[in-house]
Design a protein around this ligand. Structure first.
Ligand code: SF4
Length: 342
């Protein structure tokens, strides 16, 4: 289930941190009568009655116009961009106009506020990651390389989500690494879902009639805008020496020597043109996108739909094509036409 992002916004010392602590049922943010105690957005995962899994974001007030205050404002605006709903401490708090908002009345019981937050949330149909690509009884082979990037002893979130969804949909998921792929597809298989890093290898190892897609493409369909991403990938063929490409990651993590965004995709791009690659991790999505010829976004496995969609809008507003890792890798390997789009 997708986490709901709830941002609490309002002037300095309006009780935002007190409300966040009450919602989370624990002291997440320091509460103090001193103005400006919250200096950066603070995010906390919580399970809210009637709403489910959420990320609650405590944002600082925006009155400070010092250089530090302006940086704080930039971070707060980025946090508000992520939100599915904004809880305002007083009407008129900042944030994207299209984001639903509720105004908190001091003293309002929490269950009443929670109900109003729930009512304000955009009503979206629950979307399957695997869309219309599978039906009950289908055997689906999942190619999951366990290379140095794979966390020791764990399976990464997109793979866990797809396995769970296939089980819920009555399918038969079969997990393998590249080495056992041939064996795995020996018996009737409906679909192969691979880590996009081994797209080319998987494509050449399976019959060309067997439908193929990737975890990253499934995430792109669920969180982003797959049509825009496919259109954006066409910009790869137009890249020239000296062009700038932005790799946008929705979270921060310590990069690995085989990092897909920082190592593998730049290497594939440079087989085509000597481009300059910038990386923006977490909330550091640049304000000025106009310098870029292409943006390639990660699968955003730990981010909400709202964040990814707001970035797509910003890119389109700046006239910069945007695609995502899975679609870009398929395009760079010349198999974009071959893959299944959910
Ligand atoms: S949010 Fe993006 S960068 Fe972070 S782990 Fe998920 S896909 Fe990778």
């Amino acid at each position: 289930m997708e986490r709901i992002y709830i941002a609490v916004a309002g002037p300095v010392n309006s009780g935002k941190s007190t409300l966040v602590n009450a919602l989370c049922g624990q002291e997440v943010s320091l509460v103090s009568p001193v103005a400006g105690t919250t200096t950066d957005p603070v995010r906390k995962a919580a399970e809210l009655p009637g709403i489910g899994p959420c990320i609650i974001i405590d944002t600082p007030g925006l009155e400070d116009t010092s250089p530090l205050g302006l940086e704080r404002m930039r971070r707060t605006m980025a946090a508000l961009d992520e939100a599915d709903v904004i809880v305002e401490m007083s009407a008129g708090a900042t944030g994207p106009l299209q984001t639903p908002r509720v105004t908190y009345t001091p003293g309002e019981p929490l269950d009443s506020l929670l109900k109003r937050i729930k009512d304000a949330l955009p009503k979206e149909e629950e979307r399957y990651l695997t869309g219309n690509l599978v039906k009950p009884g289908d055997k689906v082979v999942l190619v999951m390389p366990q290379d140095s990037e794979a966390p020791k002893g764990r399976i990464i979130l997109p793979q866990v989500q797809v396995i769970r969804e296939l089980l819920d949909r009555g399918c038969i998921p079969v997990c393998c690494t590249l080495e056992n792929l041939q064996k795995a597809v020996e018996t009737a298989t409906s679909l192969v879902i691979t880590d996009s890093q081994v797209f080319r290898e998987v494509n050449s190892a399976i019959p060309s009639t067997l439908p193929l897609t990737s975890f990253s493409v499934l995430l792109a369909g669920a969180k982003g805008d797959i049509k825009t991403y496919v259109e954006g990938a066409a910009a790869i063929d137009r890249l020239r020496d000296g062009d700038r490409v932005l790799i946008a990651e929705a979270c921060t993590h310590v990069p690995d020597t085989e990092d897909i965004g920082r190592v593998k995709i730049p290497a594939l791009l440079r087989k085509r043109a000597q481009v300059k690659v910038d990386v923006a991790a977490g909330n550091d999505f640049p304000e000025d996108l106009s310098v870029y010829s292409l943006i390639i976004h990660c699968g955003a496995c730990v981010a909400g739909r709202q964040l990814v969609r707001s970035r797509i809008k910003k890119a389109l507003r700046a006239g910069v094509p945007i695609t995502n890792y899975g679609i870009a890798i398929a395009a760079l390997q010349g198999i974009l036409q071959r893959i299944e789009i959910p």
